[in-house]
Design a protein around this ligand. Structure first.
Ligand SMILES: Cc1cc2nc3c(=O)[nH]c(=O)nc-3n(C[C@H](O)[C@H](O)[C@H](O)COP(=O)(O)O)c2cc1C
Length: 411
């Protein structure tokens, strides 16, 4: 299990608004108009679009372990999402090559390779414990495995030099690398990773330094963090120390999730610490995450906090329309709910894309029908008969079951 919550476990709660006094009174269209007045039609700080051309709106699709594969990303892009992040990939997993993936707890690599021409720009997220492993994993990701696995593993534990010059054909597979210092899943083998680095910031700093050093200048490095490990003063100070260090080491931006590591995904996030962070660092690029359940929350988070932009996570599972709605608000229009025929079209597209993602597996249809369930139950929420549709999707075992469900409910 990766950074994910499990609906049957205690680490996920029903959608609630973030703790942010007065945020729900803010008008999304006014916030969008203010952004456009400040930055022009994209509403995006031009420094971001300079780093990654195509990152042309103040939101992106977050890494979501178990969900944000090429299929989900492409659907999001077709609805106006400017850029996506892969789920967190463990450095060890990346370096182990094919065989290691079976044992890995963070999903399959084939879900995380760029899904063709349409799947750009894409940011690859890595997570791990050893600076040199993380650096080698970043190289492997950028190069998309141009060398042998042995060569990548050989980079671990030694200083990387000219010999390790990146081997790319001038076409970047990933437009950026993001380091996960946020995942709440427990330490393994007593080694920190993800959000647990907030208790040992010096270790995280070594990782950021090692990865930044091996990446070419034109590839931005960003970081995902929780607002603190817990609510003690010591941990809050650790957060600020690490946050500052990230920028000092050349990271382009940090995305801060407004929950603590200890909180996992339980209870509301807090937007006040994010607002305080922007007040403290008005010139830094900072993105926010936490409780973006609908399009209004995208703009309210930006309006309330002053953040550069927002990462959309659980709010876009089975809801790619959130991106289209955000583009509508930027255009000064009213966001529209998807019609039944639009919902059906997207369900069919998602199914076809998942079949392509699963093409190399033993039984792509079976796997796709299973994978599609977790998306289907979220898509069903848009249907007037949501409970009935959800029930049918949960029981869909094969392609025919899906076809029958669509014929019954989406005509
Ligand atoms: C199932 C699941 C998987 C996640 N996987 C990742 C991940 O791989 N990388 C990451 O940076 N964040 C991951 N997150 C965190 C989200 O990107 C986001 O920060 C968090 O869900 C808070 O936003 P929300 O309340 O709007 O969902 C995951 C969250 C969930 C629920």
């Amino acid at each position: 299990m990766g950074c994910q919550s499990n609906s049957s476990s205690k680490n996920a709660t029903e959608p609630t608004y973030a703790i942010a006094d007065g945020a729900q009174d803010l008008d999304p269209k006014t916030i969008a108009a203010d952004l456009i007045a400040r930055f022009g039609p994209t509403a995006m700080d031009p420094r971001v679009s300079e780093l990654i051309p195509g990152f042309d709106a103040p939101f992106y699709q977050a890494g979501l372990a178990g969900y944000s594969d090429a299929a989900m990303r492409i659907i999001a892009r077709r609805h106006g999402c400017p850029i996506c992040v892969t789920e967190a990939l463990l450095d060890r997993t990346l370096l182990a090559g094919g065989k290691g993936f079976a044992k890995a707890d963070l999903g399959d690599i084939h879900d995380n390779v760029p899904g063709g021409e349409e799947d750009h720009p894409l940011i690859g997220q890595i997570m791990g414990s050893e600076p040199s492993e993380m650096a080698a994993a970043a190289i492997k990701m950028i190069e998309q495995g141009k060398r042998s696995n042995k060569e990548y593993r050989g980079m671990v534990g030694r200083d990387l030099d000219d010999h390790d010059q990146l081997q790319t054909d001038g076409k970047d597979s990933f437009s950026g690398i993001d380091i996960n210092l946020a995942c709440p899943v427990k330490k393994i083998a007593k080694k920190s990773r993800g959000g647990h680095w907030l208790r040992e910031p010096e270790g995280a700093i070594k990782i950021l330094k090692a990865v930044r050093e091996v990446l070419p200048d034109h590839i931005p490095l960003s970081v995902k963090m929780r607002r603190s490990f817990d609510d003690t003063d010591e941990m809050k100070a650790n957060f600020l120390y690490l946050f500052d260090a990230a920028y000092d080491l050349g990271c382009s931006w940090v995305t801060v999730h407004g929950r603590t590591v200890e909180q996992k995904y339980v209870g509301p996030s807090r937007w006040d610490p994010l607002r305080a962070l922007v007040d403290r660092n008005p010139d830094r690029l900072i993105f926010g995450s936490g409780d973006i359940w609908d399009v209004n929350q995208i703009f309210r988070m930006i309006g309330y906090t002053g953040l550069t932009g927002v990462s959309v996570a659980r709010g876009c599972i089975g809801n790619p329309w959130i991106f289209k709605q955000a583009r509508s608000i930027l255009a000064g229009e009213d966001p529209q709910e998807p019609t039944i025929s639009e919902q059906r079209a997207v369900l069919e597209e998602h199914f076809d894309l998942l079949l392509a993602v699963n093409a190399s597996t033993r039984d792509p249809e079976y796997l796709t029908a299973r994978n599609m369930r977790k998306f289907g139950i979220r898509f069903a929420a848009h249907h007037p008969e949501a409970a009935e549709v959800k029930k049918e999707f949960i029981h869909a075992k094969n392609l025919d079951d899906w076809r029958t469900a669509l014929e019954r409910w989406y005509v």
